[in-house]
Design a protein around this ligand. Structure first.
Ligand SMILES: Cc1ncc(COP(=O)(O)O)c(C=O)c1O
Length: 401
């Protein structure tokens, strides 16, 4: 068994020398990384700034208050809770704050791109609340607003609507969906786990003004430590805080809260907006490159993308999602197999892959680089060995920084 130090070095090497297109991953800055490896991990701080169950929280309080203030500023929100340990924990806290066990909730279908914390039977959300789900239209892959509205009409006991997705490449019109939810007497929650960076930078519509609660992960497009965060209006502040602690968690991970503060400082800089614009431009370049190669071999769902990801039906290659994921992985190109809406294959195989632009964009990649990446993918799918070209691509990218 290699030592943990050795495994850390190997993992760093793997990350440095591979083309990573996993849409939910990113590379944090050295500043964010340093904050995580600090003595704040030694500190217990149950409670909130100024109201703790332990002594010695004077510096912890400053760190957490700084993170809260920056989160409010970045998302233009009245209240923020920076303690959730993950996006899933953020969602569970929001449910606990907004509704009661047994209440009915409308959310986006897992098989159409939703998340397991939106009511999957095997997740706590699906065990404690009654979920009904809307999906996308078969014809164009867009959110089916008619089904969304019909389900609200047919189920007048729906207390909460959850929007947001894991694998949906198009912009979500939160204002419109919130309006429909309100007309039917339901509360509205937006889970922006994937697109939090785009929302923060103003390159995707923000749900903050129209949602009762906005939940997110902090390690995806927003480029922070692994964790979660929730913002809401002042009206829900104390219910949310009680739902996070003591409702669903004990002591906060103070070193991670410090890293979230560092992430938020970075997200408030003008170059962050430029980064998020480039993330979208690069994803669009990837979508076009797949279509240009062969739109039957690589069917880009919805015909393109508005955000950081491209969903591709790869059944035209004659391979399943898992086969493509594995064969690309052997050449050090990382993507994930993904269910596509109305997928005939089981979840362990799938007919699709999901590719994202956030991580390579952090490394400085531009549109032309993403076209090259798609060409490498095609070569690998055709059985060519591209491992050398992958190494050269990554070396070239790092030489430009
Ligand atoms: C829409 C959505 N919500 C919540 C989560 C959960 O995030 P975490 O992995 O931080 O629990 C994800 C993760 O992919 C997601 O896509």
């Amino acid at each position: 068994m290699p030592t943990i130090e050795e495994l850390i070095l190997r993992e760093r090497d793997r990350q440095t020398h591979s083309i990573n297109l996993i849409a939910s991953e990113n590379f944090v800055s050295d500043y964010v990384l340093r904050c995580m490896g600090t003595v704040f991990t030694n500190k217990y701080a149950e409670g909130y700034p100024g109201k703790r169950w332990y002594g010695g929280c004077e510096f912890t309080d400053q760190v957490e208050q700084h993170a809260i203030d920056l989160a409010k500023q970045l998302f233009k929100a009245e209240h923020a809770n920076v303690q959730p340990h993950s996006g899933t924990q953020s969602n569970l806290a929001a449910y606990m704050a907004l509704i009661k066990p047994g209440d009915k909730v409308l959310a986006f279908k897992l098989e159409h791109g939703g998340h397991l914390s939106h009511g999957a039977a095997f997740n706590a959300s699906g065990k404690f609340y009654k979920f009904v789900h809307y999906g996308v239209r078969r014809e164009d892959g867009r959110i089916d607003e008619d089904e969304y509205t019909r389900l609200l009409k047919e189920n007048p006991d729906i207390k909460l609507v959850v929007t947001g997705a894991s694998s949906y490449p198009r912009a979500i019109d939160f204002k419109r969906l919130a309006g429909i939810a309100r007309e039917h007497g339901a509360l509205f929650m937006a889970d922006v786990a994937h697109i939090s960076g785009l929302v923060a930078a103003g390159v995707h519509q923000s749900p903050v003004d129209v949602a009762d609660m906005v939940t997110m992960s902090t390690h995806k497009t927003i480029r922070g430590p692994r964790g979660g965060m929730v913002v809401c209006s002042a009206k829900w502040a104390s219910k949310l805080d009680r739902a996070v602690f003591p409702g669903g968690q004990g002591g906060p991970l103070v070193h991670i809260v410090a890293a979230k503060a560092a992430m938020l400082e970075e997200a408030l800089r003008p170059d962050f907006v430029q980064y998020q614009k480039q993330v979208i431009a690069n994803a669009k370049a990837m979508a076009k490159a797949f279509t240009d190669i062969d739109s039957r071999k690589y069917r880009v769902l919805t015909g393109g993308t508005d955000n950081h990801m491209v969903m591709v039906d790869i059944s035209g290659t004659g391979k399943s999602g898992i086969e493509v994921e594995n064969l690309l992985g052997e050449q050090k190109i990382y993507v994930n197999k993904n269910f596509i809406p109305y997928d005939p294959l089981p979840v362990t195989q799938t007919s699709g892959i999901r590719v994202g632009s956030p991580l390579l964009t952090t490394l400085g990649a531009k549109e032309a680089d993403f076209v090259q990446v798609v060409q490498l993918i095609d070569k690998a799918v055709n059985g060519e060995n591209v491992a050398g070209e992958v190494q050269k691509f990554m070396a070239d990218l790092s030489s430009r920084r």
